[in-house]
Design a protein. Sequence first.
Length: 163
Amino acid sequence: MTRSLELIGYWREVGSNTSWLHPRDLIDESWERDNKAKIVRYLKSGIRINEDLGFSHCRFSDGPPDEMMGDAELTDGVWLWPEGLAVYVERYHVKLPAEFVAHMRANDYRMRPESDPHTLANLPVSSSFWESWCNQNRCQSSGFAMGSIWSFLKRALKGPVDA
């Protein structure tokens, strides 16, 4: 059986029909606080493949210039993510799947030596994990993702709450 790369870190565009989330739905300032720098370093050190002709854009209105979001996909030979994913984790505290973080942790947050980029770029890509994870992290009853709800409540309830 041929291995495939597991897609993560792709976002819903306004007006799109995808099951992916918007990154604002995954904001969690307490997520992996002690390991965030290691996670960001890991994301930035991925093997660069599938370069595009133009830069991506940040899904947040106050985002960095498109050049900082990158123009390629990065991989560790198991997972595949957009070059700008590190920006979302570092700047906006966007959480990632526990399975991906466990994979990083198992590798001591270091990129394993892997095949050459050309070989990796030719592997099939699966989006089923990411689609499933996005669906699990969406609040089904309201259409809002839990990250958005919790972020809103944290900001709204900064002071003492009267019962």
